[in-house]
Design a binder for this molecule. Structure first.
Ligand code: FAD
Length: 515
């Protein structure tokens, strides 16, 4: 391995070269680690890519830590240099290089030891998993081995536990259980000082809440204890079409206010009012046998329509008639277009793994590997109608080539002690522009779509909206200050306490490395 390092250092005369201290440090690390230290071309170029496909920063090395001790060794080694940074890379599903480290050390969290321990504390079940575990593996092992499952998910599960907990982790269950950051009770974290610390609400709580939604700034999550509940067997999935945004939002808000006895999952999306296969009517169908009959759309409808996406968990022992009755009770009084109601029943795991099929399809046609200039916003209820009038109906009236999610969340389910910042109002909407376009020249240039995202952000700013970026991306500290608002001081204090030399997560571009 060291030979490769010499090659890397001397074979790239035109690139910035690590200084002698860094070479010595790398050699030392190579010998100390139980895991792997790799600075050859292929691994480092994997670490210089992410799902966004728009940014590339080559690290000095791609390190496969075996356990938390390895992670601590790497951070401590970086601290002895004047400029080295360390980025934990989960599964690299960021959009804007957040898991990259330019000439720094990237940790491949996927190689961490296979930790999976189900425990019962005061009669309630939990699972301890590695920070580098994929949620899809956590799901399979919990359901198949124990009939249990985490309560709060993301839509797509090839994401790591540490990666989503560093942001929030949101899906259709969050209205009831909060984001994933509200569903862990203990973490093991390696701080920017290289200390390995177990933390929870009652033990080292500042670190615990700091790391949750902390964008990787305060520590690297090596273990998380996730709340579990009995897993259902099956899920009734329902899609309901609306032509009026006001009715769509009012109904969605009623549904998220029903906690016990309500739906298990509430999401929604915008689609284009035409037959376009990627943006229009066909995107609503849940099954190839279903048909979308556009004659049922009122002629007062605009360029876009809306769809509530709901799910109800049930057990194999439940009678279908009881499930039907429950669904009818919950749908009573909603104002969707009756003839545009679609339903299917699926296995619970298939429901949670539903995006995997889209991934397989996208990989086959190249769209999965094209650039993804995505934008995620959290927009206050008080601004969402105006957002619809301008953004959905005008700026995005031809769609984004993929889903445009929009559904309500409840602020009271988000713990304000975590580092995540959300709008002020109790109800706010997540808006996700999940662009899936072929790479240019077949599709639009990514820069054009980034500019469209900027236009939307600018519009929200100029109108004085109460909104935040989710999975935020900014270029300057001034922008980050604005993003965190009155939480900025707390964020800076946490940085000073837990990563005073700003070694961690340089790809977020919040703090500069202190020599
Ligand atoms: P990475 O992209 O590898 O890392 C993200 C950030 O977290 C980086 O700053 C990194 O340094 C840091 N980090 C990674 N691991 C750790 C760790 N162990 N400890 C500390 N910091 C760490 N999000 C949702 O909330 N809901 C969704 O439904 C959803 N769906 C998605 C679907 C797709 C197809 C994609 C590409 C993304 C989706 N996301 C969703 C966004 C996703 O949650 C974030 O991009 C998340 O950061 C990705 O996780 P990752 O494991 O790939 O992390």
């Amino acid at each position: 391995m060291i030979a490769y390092l010499e090659h890397f250092v001397h074979g790239n005369d035109t690139e910035s070269r690590p200084d002698d201290d860094v070479i010595a440090l790398s050699k030392r690390l190579d010998l100390q680690l139980k895991g792997t230290f790799d600075c050859t071309d292929t691994p480092t170029s994997i670490a210089s890519k992410d799902f966004g496909g728009m940014k590339s920063l080559k690290p000095l090395a791609f390190i496969g830590p075996a356990d938390a001790d390895d992670v601590a060794r790497v951070v401590k080694a970086a601290a002895t240099s004047s400029n080295l940074t360390v980025a934990a890379r989960g599964n690299g599903h960021s959009i804007n290089g957040q898991a990259m480290a330019d000439q720094g050390l990237v940790l491949n969290m996927r190689t961490m030891e296979d930790l999976f321990q189900v425990t019962s504390i005061n009669g309630s079940p939990y699972v301890d998993v590695s920070g580098g575990a994929l949620w899809e593996d956590v799901l399979r092992r919990c359901v198949l081995g124990y009939g249990l499952a985490p309560r709060s998910w993301t839509d797509y599960l090839s994401l790591t536990v540490g990666g989503t907990l560093s942001n929030a982790g949101v899906s259709g269950q969050a209205f009831r259980y909060g984001p994933q950051t509200s569903n862990v009770t203990e973490l093991e974290v390696v701080t920017g000082k290289g200390d390995t610390i177990v933390c929870s609400e009652n033990q080292n709580s500042e670190l615990f809440f700091g790391v949750l939604g902390g964008l990787g700034q305060f520590g690297i999550i090596t273990r998380a204890r996730v709340v579990l509940q009995p897993a259902p067997d099956r899920v009734r999935c329902i899609r309901l079409v609306y032509s009026k945004f006001e009715e769509f939002t009012e109904d969605a808000e009623v549904l998220v206010s029903q906690q016990e006895g309500g739906f298990s999952y509430v999401e929604g999306f915008v689609f284009v009012n035409n037959d376009d296969p990627a943006n229009g009517w066909p995107t609503v169908l849940l099954d190839p046998d279903q048909e979308f009959d556009p004659t049922h759309i009122p002629n007062t409808a605009g360029p876009v329509l809306y769809c509530l996406e709901l799910a109800l968990h049930y057990r194999n022992t439940d009678h279908v008639s009881d499930v039907n009755m429950d669904v009818d009770r919950l749908l009573g009084g909603l104002r969707f277009i009756e003839a545009l109601r679609f339903e299917v029943d699926v296995e619970y795991m298939d429901f949670l793994l539903r995006v995997k099929c889209a991934e397989d399809e996208g990989k086959a046609n190249g769209i999965w590997d094209a650039p993804h200039p995505w934008l995620n916003l959290l927009v206050s209820k008080s601004n969402i109608l105006e957002f619809d009038r301008v953004v959905f109906k005008k700026i995005l009236n031809n769609g984004v080539g993929g889903p445009i999610l929009v559904y309500p969340l409840l602020r009271s389910k988000w713990d304000s002690r975590t580092s995540v910042v959300v709008p002020e109002s109790e109800i706010f909407y997540i808006v996700a522009l999940l662009r899936f376009n072929p790479a240019a020249p077949k599709g639009p240039p990514a820069e054009l779509l980034v500019a469209q995202n900027q236009e939307i952000i600018q519009f929200c700013c100029h109108r004085g909206f109460d909104f935040k970026q989710y999975l935020p991306h900014y270029q300057t500290q001034e922008d980050w200050k604005r993003h965190f608002g009155n939480q900025w001081t707390r964020f800076v204090e946490r940085k000073a306490n837990f990563d005073p030399m700003a070694i961690l997560a340089p790809g977020q571009k919040i703090f500069s490395r202190i020599p």
